[in-house]
Write a protein that binds this ligand. Structure first.
Ligand code: THU
Length: 131
């Protein structure tokens, strides 16, 4: 598992280099390991109409789904200072995973370990919706 952790951290840092963040200047990269064995990456993509910004995590997840896979096994998120995923991204991760590892990576490559349900306890899920 340490191997996956390091690999994802490296990919997340690399993806961060592609961030388009001219407004916030806060570059974010994400890399996820999917159930099909592939790694998908993403970066934040901002817009002059600020509300259209897409977070790095969701960029990576949407890329996974577009490629035909719907299961995340682990995700790494790289920022300057170990920033943790926003509430929207936590919820979108939950849509496509169980209680997976979330690795927060800082610009020096230091990794801190969390799990999704630590960051998003009592989350909303499809079981509450009418059948
Ligand atoms: N951002 C992410 O990419 N992921 C998060 O989980 C938190 C925030 C981005 C959005 C915006 O481009 C910048 O970080 C500052 O909020």
């Amino acid at each position: 598992m340490d191997e996956t952790r390091d690999l994802l951290a490296r990919h997340a840092l690399e993806a961060r280099d592609n961030a388009y963040a001219p407004y916030s200047k806060y570059a974010v990269g994400a890399a996820l390991f999917a159930s099909n064995g592939k790694i998908y990456t993403g970066c934040n993509v901002e817009n002059a109409a600020y509300g259209l910004t897409n977070c790095a995590e969701r960029t990576a997840i949407f890329s996974m789904v577009a490629d035909g896979c719907q299961q995340i096994e682990a995700i790494a998120i790289a920022t300057e200072n170990s920033g943790s995923p926003c509430g929207s991204c936590r919820q979108v991760i939950a849509e496509f995973s169980a209680d997976i590892p979330i690795y927060l990576v800082d610009a020096d490559g230091n990794i801190s370990d969390y799990t999704l349900y630590q960051l998003l306890p009592f989350h909303f899920g499809p079981q509450k919706l009418p059948t």
